[in-house]
Design a protein around this ligand. Structure first.
Ligand code: GLU
Length: 294
């Protein structure tokens, strides 16, 4: 594949990658590209490529999208090399990680609703990060139990005081100073679903023996949070390759919620999935689609 970064493989540890879609919509060609990157990176080094369905968001995950993902990957000839993992079957893993973070004294209960947060933000200036304004900290020093449902947030300043500064390395972008503080006190355990994406993905990557996390550049900044969790939970550090994104005609990343046609539409129209993949491998993109620069 023309986009693969060069690496010096560590022969002692066989490479293992994963493609980790959330079944909250149909896959599009950007997902096909992401799965291809993970697949070809592993296979170029005699490794294994796994599929993990990130289906713990009970309000957005749909069984028909899980079925669609499996059918689309088979059509693309990118079926995984091992059994499919389902995050909904890993809740105990996440609970154990939550307990460990609780024992470090880094979490607090937050019962704020979206409305509470918006009201608090009107009262006080807070830093803005890649995901918007930071949580204003209303519940950080609250005494007593919350009266309603709550999530667990990590006290980011406290966590960073415990870890000290740290770095992480991307195979293309190189070594980065990790700055999880840019996200503020993120949620690690949700009110409405079990673990947050950050906790679940970090725990699963370690439990599944993922040596190389291959995923889109849109998730680059989150890796700082994942590295923090790895340090706090004493998990191994994988290597990262954040691949470029496929963009639509307006230069926006393809997204399930936008107008990019799902892979199933191509499949049902009789398109050849193998040809689509062979073209992507050579850097030949479908009409109207371009690749982000970095
Ligand atoms: N489930 C995430 C998504 O569909 C990807 C998670 C990851 O690769 O770390 O965007």
């Amino acid at each position: 594949m023309v986009f693969l970064p060069k690496i010096e493989p560590d022969r002692a540890i066989p490479i293992r990658t994963r493609f980790a879609p959330s079944p909250n919509g149909a896959l599009h060609v950007g997902h096909a590209f992401s799965a291809l990157c993970a697949h070809d990176f592993a296979h170029a080094h005699g490794g294994q490529y796994l599929l993990r369905i990130e289906d713990i968001d009970g309000t957005r995950s749909r069984p028909e999208h899980v079925a669609g993902i499996l059918t689309d990957l088979a059509w693309l000839n990118l079926s995984p090399d091992g059994p499919v993992g389902y995050q909904s079957g890993h809740i105990e893993r996440y609970q154990a990680a939550l307990q460990k973070l609780l024992s470090l004294g880094l979490l607090y209960k937050c019962s704020c609703t979206r409305g509470d947060i918006l009201a608090a933000l009107k009262q006080m200036p807070v830093p803005h990060g890649p995901d918007g304004p930071h949580y204003p900290g209303t519940c950080r020093n609250r005494t007593g139990e919350p009266s309603g449902p709550f999530c667990w947030r990590i006290d980011m300043a406290k966590a960073l005081a415990m870890t000290g500064p740290f770095q992480w390395t991307d195979l293309v972008a190189g070594t980065n100073f990790a700055d999880p503080m840019q996200f503020g006190d993120v949620i690690v355990w949700r009110k409405d679903a079990p673990a947050s994406y950050h906790l679940a993905a970090t725990v699963d990557d370690a439990a599944d023996g993922i040596t190389h996390v291959v995923r889109g550049l849109d998730l680059f900044a989150y890796t700082a949070i994942h590295r923090l969790l790895q340090i706090l939970l004493d998990l191994p550090e994988p290597q990262y390759w954040h691949h470029p994104l496929l963009l639509d005609m307006g230069g926006q990343k393809l997204a399930k919620s936008k107008s990019s046609p799902p892979l199933s539409a191509r499949r049902l129209a009789g398109e050849d999935g193998q040809l689509l993949i062979d073209n992507l491998r050579q850097g030949v993109l479908p009409l109207g689609i371009s690749l982000s620069s970095a």
